[in-house]
Design a protein around this ligand. Structure first.
Ligand code: UT7
Length: 336
């Protein structure tokens, strides 16, 4: 059976840097509150003339391909994680396929909607296709444009200061080398908490005449609802569980981890995991300070930056973990 190795990682973030001080002008918040409660100092917002969910993912994929010394034509499948797609349908995967010129090859494109866990769910899906031998080279991307869905108001301040825009990508390739690449993935969900972190409207759960109403535009049902405290409490538990599960499955100890790359939800969550696992300084990668929470894009952006900074080297043991809307949570253990 083949294994999936990560041949290259890349990212793209929009140019516009939005500092906490910029948000202070738009709502009742402070740089002090945001830094203390989340660790975030700035985030990137897209330029609607230039950036789309799909073309940011394309840029990230091009970087990943270049680092992998591969050509776009070698990609057999696109797995696209996003909760902020270009259109309601079709998914952004087909748009990226077209932008990469792969429409000529008519390769498959899958969109997945597992929010903050989307990238690891995507890695797992890609890994299964490689293991069965169906595909050899797969682009897994996470891309989000959250900023245009944010409401800059006091009532939404606990949400709008957190999220940012960006995209990240990984190119997976089949290898015969035993013990190389993705060692395991673990995926979980608990729909009990679906409404604790969600956008309700304009969904299909309402009757016909209420699917989209003028009142909705004034309300918060078209905005992200997040029960922050509850999400936080579940996140720290599930992060620990799913990392422990990954280590146990592979008979590894926490000391074996060279770098833990958690979904960038809140610096306090990352610090909590670091303390609980007793991981030494430098063994947990964080860049939420600069990008905020970019949902499905946060892990691949972090991977790409960590790799570029020399913090991920050949044969390092890399652990990925995520938690988010659904609730969903997931981990991946990788021999890089
Ligand atoms: O990526 C998907 C998964 N998401 C997460 O994992 C997010 C998990 N949750 C969190 O990160 C945190 O719960 C938040 C950062 C969202 C909120 O932080 P918190 O420490 O849980 O704050 P809180 O909601 O308990 O609010 C504390 C206070 C409240 O004021 P009172 O009632 O104590 O007077 C809020 O109204 O902070 C207030 N507050 C703010 N103040 C200034 C909430 N948002 C803001 C804000 N600026 N932006």
């Amino acid at each position: 059976m083949k294994n999936s190795r990560i041949a290259g990682v890349g990212h793209y973030v929009p140019e516009q840097v939005v500092a906490n001080s910029d948000l202070e002008k738009l709502m009742d918040t402070t740089d002090e509150w945001i830094v203390e409660r989340t660790g975030i100092r700035e985030r990137r917002y897209f330029n609607y003339k230039k950036d789309t969910c799909s073309n940011m993912a394309t840029e990230a994929t091009r970087m990943a391909l270049e680092r992998a010394k591969l050509k776009a034509e070698e990609i057999d499948l696109i797995v696209f994680a996003t909760i902020t797609p270009d259109y309601m349908f079709p998914g952004s995967g087909v748009l990226m396929q077209r932008e990469l010129g792969l429409d000529k090859k008519a390769i498959a494109a899958i969109d997945i909607r597992n929010a903050c866990s989307g990238f690891i769910y995507g890695l797992s899906i890609a890994d299964q296709f490689i293991k069965t031998g169906m595909y050899k080279t797969i682009a897994v991307v996470g891309s989000e444009i959250q900023s245009s869905a944010m409401e800059f108001s006091d009532r939404q301040r606990h949400v709008s200061v957190i999220f940012g825009d960006g995209a990240g990508a990984a190119i997976l390739q089949a290898t015969d080398e035993a013990g190389k690449g993705i060692l395991s993935t673990h995926l979980h969900s608990d729909g009990t908490f679906a409404e604790e972190l969600y956008v309700k409207d304009p969904g299909s759960s309402r009757k016909r005449e209420e699917r989209l109403t003028p009142e909705m535009l004034e309300g918060v049902s078209i905005k992200a609802h997040m029960n922050g405290n509850l999400v936080f409490k579940h996140a720290v538990i599930r992060f620990m569980e799913v990392i422990t599960e990954a280590l146990a499955t592979n008979r590894k100890k926490k000391e074996d981890i060279d770098l833990l790359v958690p979904h960038q939800a809140n610096l306090r969550i990352s610090n909590f995991i670091q303390q609980k696992l007793k991981l030494e300084e430098g063994k947990v990668y964080n860049n939420i300070q600069h990008y905020g929470n970019t949902t499905g894009a946060s892990i691949p952006i972090a991977l790409s930056e960590a790799w570029a900074e020399g913090k991920i080297k050949e044969n390092d043991l890399i652990c990925l973990a995520a938690f988010g809307s659904g609730f969903t949570w997931a981990s991946a253990l990788i021999n890089w």
